[in-house]
Design a protein around this ligand. Structure first.
Ligand code: FES
Length: 271
């Protein structure tokens, strides 16, 4: 079982990794196992952290939006912003005060007015009006958001008129929408640039699976397009990106071969 969690400790603290795991009874089982089985003194194998959601150093202001447990990467950002004395405002949306983690940490920022809480008691219409909040863009402001699927959609739509480079987000769950999960018709050929070996990828298999079958080892972790481990450069092919990590510019050159597909008959990987 491999899972990804955002580190929420101060980036400057290299003594430990701190994560917060919401127990998802309807999830894939990872969080339940962590809640039930992980105990003080137990061992967990971890890989090194990756950052696909960094703060932009040149930003004049940082606007952070968190939905529920999507607060975790933003907590790490607040540690950093505070250490650097950079201006920020966090809007933190949760169901109710008791379902609001990190209150001890956030208390002083709430008092200072840098963190604003929004509780909707389960009715999104009573929560933060995201379109209104994002309706005007001020040059120099950078937006960062993370939360559940509906929240991500609202933030994406609300910031559609913002400059692309000023908007940053991270999906914390495998937001597999039906379109992304759909099996495409037909297959395609994948060619390894260094060896010239070419393999057929049928509709029901991933590129990674086919490469492994032929002895080509590729490092993966989530195998669901959310962690970025399998990022691979491609040299040719019309890629249908299905990951939740790469931005448009990166997608011109790289792809996640655990989940993405190809519309053209041939894909050439820089492997
Ligand atoms: Fe996580 Fe591919 S293995 S994005």
């Amino acid at each position: 079982m491999v899972r990804q969690y955002s580190l929420c400790s101060a980036p400057s603290d290299r003594s430990a990794y701190e994560v917060a795991v919401l127990r998802e009874n309807e999830g894939r089982g990872g969080s339940i196992r962590i809640h039930r089985e992980l105990r003080l003194g137990g061992s967990v194998k971890v890989s090194g952290p990756r950052n696909h959601f960094p703060l932009v150093e040149t930003a004049k202001r940082h606007l952070l939006l968190a939905g529920g447990i999507g607060i975790t990467p933003l907590i790490a950002m607040i540690h950093e912003l505070e250490a650097e004395k950079l201006p920020f405002r966090l809007h933190y949306c949760t169901r109710s005060p008791v379902k609001t983690p990190f209150m001890n940490f956030l208390g002083p920022f709430i008092e200072r007015g840098d963190v604003v809480l929004h509780h909707d008691e389960g009715d999104p219409s009573k929560g933060l009006d995201i379109p209104k909040l994002l309706s005007s863009y001020e040059s120099g402001t950078h937006l960062y958001y993370c939360g559940p699927a509906g929240f991500m959609k609202a933030a994406k739509q609300g910031s559609a008129h913002w400059p692309k480079e000023a908007v940053h987000f991270e999906h914390f769950a495998t937001a597999l929408d039906p379109e992304r999960a759909a099996v495409p018709p037909g297959g395609f050929e994948v060619k390894i640039a260094s060896s010239g070996d070419t393999f057929h990828v049928p509709p029901d298999k991933t590129i990674v699976a086919v490469l492994r079958e032929h002895g080509v080892e590729v490092e993966t972790s989530c195998e669901d397009g959310v962690c970025g481990t399998c990022m691979t450069r491609f040299l040719e092919g019309e890629v249908e990106h299905r990951d939740l990590v790469l931005d448009e510019e990166e997608q011109q050159e790289y792809m996640m071969i655990c989940c993405s597909r190809v519309k053209s008959p041939l894909l050439i990987l820089d492997l």
